[in-house]
Design a protein around this ligand. Structure first.
Ligand SMILES: Nc1ncnc2c1ncn2[C@@H]1O[C@H](COP(=O)(O)OP(=O)(O)O)[C@@H](O)[C@H]1O
Ligand SMILES: [Mg+2]
Length: 395
């Protein structure tokens, strides 16, 4: 390579001089990384300077950004009769297609404030592609959602598709990589070709599957090929269609893959306000009073949306089986905790399953009044004051 480097570098310089597109710059960055990996530091440094120069120039002259978004706006229309691409040998489909009028995803995901702003930002960018195009601004067409399992990332992608009124082409990379080893690279190319032919959002779920598979020493060559194919496909797709990738394990992703995404959105575990909204979504028809709601919000710190949905379902089942008279709220919650294996890292589980006095003290410290505790524990207020007096004496 070093024999030809003067030609390659001249080529790169020329590209930058003519106003490099994002895709071209990404390729130059890849070259720079490869040179660094091979300890060709002098050459790598030259490219680093070139990339820096290109970024400075493009920030000075936004109109130079080359846009070719014809496909997003004028691609063919997907219909329920469109056949998804399939593996040549097994005939198994490589993706599923969901249309935005399918009702199975009608519940709106509850988002924390910051996340909601980020998502609304994306939606309005994607809704205004022609306007952005007119003023020469490149919208962020590839985005990565990352965060703990069960925080609602997949649900969010379906919701965005619904909001944009675009069909969602859903591919799970774990399936693509594991079941078609040997033909995965070709399948990935076919999948991207398909997505780019139609007006749609491409959803790559379980995106880290590729990264995980890379640890499998027996398949090194094949996996390298898959990663390279995926990077190339992402690069060309980044100019002609919306792509959302989802991962629960962002730390497994190769930095080169990570940088491919224009937008990287962290989906956190819901805060107290969001937990309340999620519970209000899933608890009905079960009714609980405000104090019980505050207790659940306190207890479920660190729970994900999926944990909250599961808890709501358990409580609903419990309320049907046990009549209201013999029902004691705290006992119901204990019954739930005993059968749930939520790996929440807060200590509410031990407190709720432990002595009532200890739980009451912890709740009091987090702003539950003695009056409210009496309601929650279904005790006379004097009992609660006695508990606190005893705890004070012990201390
Ligand atoms: N923020 C949320 N708002 C409402 N429901 C949620 C939320 N997060 C998770 N859920 C519920 O949990 C289920 C699993 O979420 P999912 O989107 O599959 O999570 P992830 O893809 O992050 O693992 C969803 O179908 C939804 O019912
Ligand atoms: Mg998911």
């Amino acid at each position: 390579m070093s024999n030809y480097f003067h030609i390659v570098s001249a080529l790169c310089r020329q590209i930058v001089k003519e106003g490099a597109s994002n895709a071209a710059l990404t390729q130059i960055e890849r070259l720079q990384e490869a040179m660094k990996d091979d300890n060709l530091n002098k050459e790598a440094n030259l490219l680093t300077r070139l990339i820096k120069k290109a970024h400075e120039e493009s920030s000075l002259e936004p109109s130079r950004v080359q846009l070719s978004r014809a496909n997003i706006l004028s691609g063919q229309t997907l219909t329920p009769n469109t056949k998804p691409p399939s593996d040549k040998e097994t005939g198994a489909p490589l993706c599923e297609i969901f249309f935005s009028d399918q009702t199975s995803h009608s519940v709106i995901p509850v988002l924390d404030d910051g996340l909601e702003k980020a998502v609304e930002g994306l939606i309005s960018e994607w809704n205004n592609l022609p306007e952005l195009q007119k003023i020469g601004v490149a919208p962020a067409l590839t985005s990565l959602f990352f965060g703990a399992p069960g925080t609602g990332k997949t649900k969010l992608a379906y919701y965005i598709a619904k909001r944009l009124n675009l069909p969602l082409v859903v591919a799970r990379l774990d399936g693509l990589v594991s079941s078609f080893l040997g033909t995965s690279a070709r399948n990935i190319t076919n999948l991207f070709d398909f997505a780019s032919r139609y007006q749609c959002i491409l959803l790559l779920d379980e995106f880290d599957a590729v990264a995980k598979a890379r640890d499998d020493k027996q398949e090194v060559g094949e996996i390298k090929r898959i990663v390279n194919t995926l990077l190339q496909c992402l690069d060309s797709r980044s100019l002609n269609g919306i792509t959302i990738a989802i991962t629960n394990h962002e730390t497994l992703l190769d930095p080169a893959v990570w940088r491919r995404f224009n937008a990287r959105i962290f989906v956190p575990r819901p805060n107290a306000i969001s937990r309340k909204k999620i519970l209000e979504q899933y608890l009905p028809p079960l009714q609980i009073n405000n104090i019980e709601m505050d207790f659940l919000i306190w207890m479920t710190d660190t729970y994900t949306g999926s944990d909250l949905e599961n808890m709501s379902n358990t409580l609903k089942r419990h309320s049907i089986i046990h009549s209201k008279e013999q029902d004691n709220f705290i006992e119901t919650i204990k019954a739930f905790l005993l059968v749930s294996s939520t790996d929440n890292t807060n200590n509410s589980r031990e407190l709720v399953l432990g002595e009532e006095e200890g739980l009451a003290k912890a709740l009091h410290e987090s702003s539950f009044s003695q009056k409210n505790l009496a309601v929650l524990f279904n005790k006379h207020p004097s009992t609660i004051s006695r508990w606190f007096a005893e705890l004070r004496n012990k201390a």
